[in-house]
Design a protein around this ligand. Structure first.
Ligand code: 5GP
Length: 125
């Protein structure tokens, strides 16, 4: 269910096509709720994208419309991925862009997982 005033889910968005296997991706993790893969243009030594399997445009859409099982499954998957990549001790950053002011480019909800060096300030400037 799209957020009121925003466009509906675009089934041809790049992450939907990756989920369907139409476009290759370097897979990190997959279960019933989440799929994770390396970002094509990494902004840190580790830059993984974690996406839900369901058709949600954004965090706003996912948080409002996903089932509790989908939300719990997705959040647990993010934690598992970070742990399995050995990132808990050095630390990592999660980021989710939502909408125009955030610069969200791909309209399928995704969490960025950054790690591998000190990551600096949360927001530039
Ligand atoms: P956003 O700005 O929407 O939060 O982030 C979208 C991210 O998707 C960007 O970091 C961008 O590099 C990544 N991206 C865009 N197209 C592809 C693709 O085809 N494959 C992969 N692996 N990442 C992509």
């Amino acid at each position: 269910m799209p957020v009121s005033g925003l466009p509906p889910y675009d089934t041809q968005n790049i992450f939907a096509r990756i989920l369907r296997g139409e476009i290759p991706a370097k897979k990190v993790f997959e279960n019933d709720f989440a799929f994770a893969f390396h970002d094509i243009n990494p902004q840190a030594p580790t830059h993984v994208l974690v996406i839900p399997k369901g058709p949600y445009c954004s965090f706003a859409d996912f948080s409002a419309s996903a089932s509790e099982a989908e939300i719990a499954g997705f959040i647990r998957a993010v934690g598992t991925i970070a742990k399995d990549l050995g990132l808990e001790a050095p630390g990592y950053r999660l980021l989710a862009n939502m909408g125009e002011h955030s610069g969200q480019e791909v309209p399928h909800f995704h969490v960025h997982l950054f790690a591998g060096r000190p990551l600096g300030r949360m927001i530039p400037g």
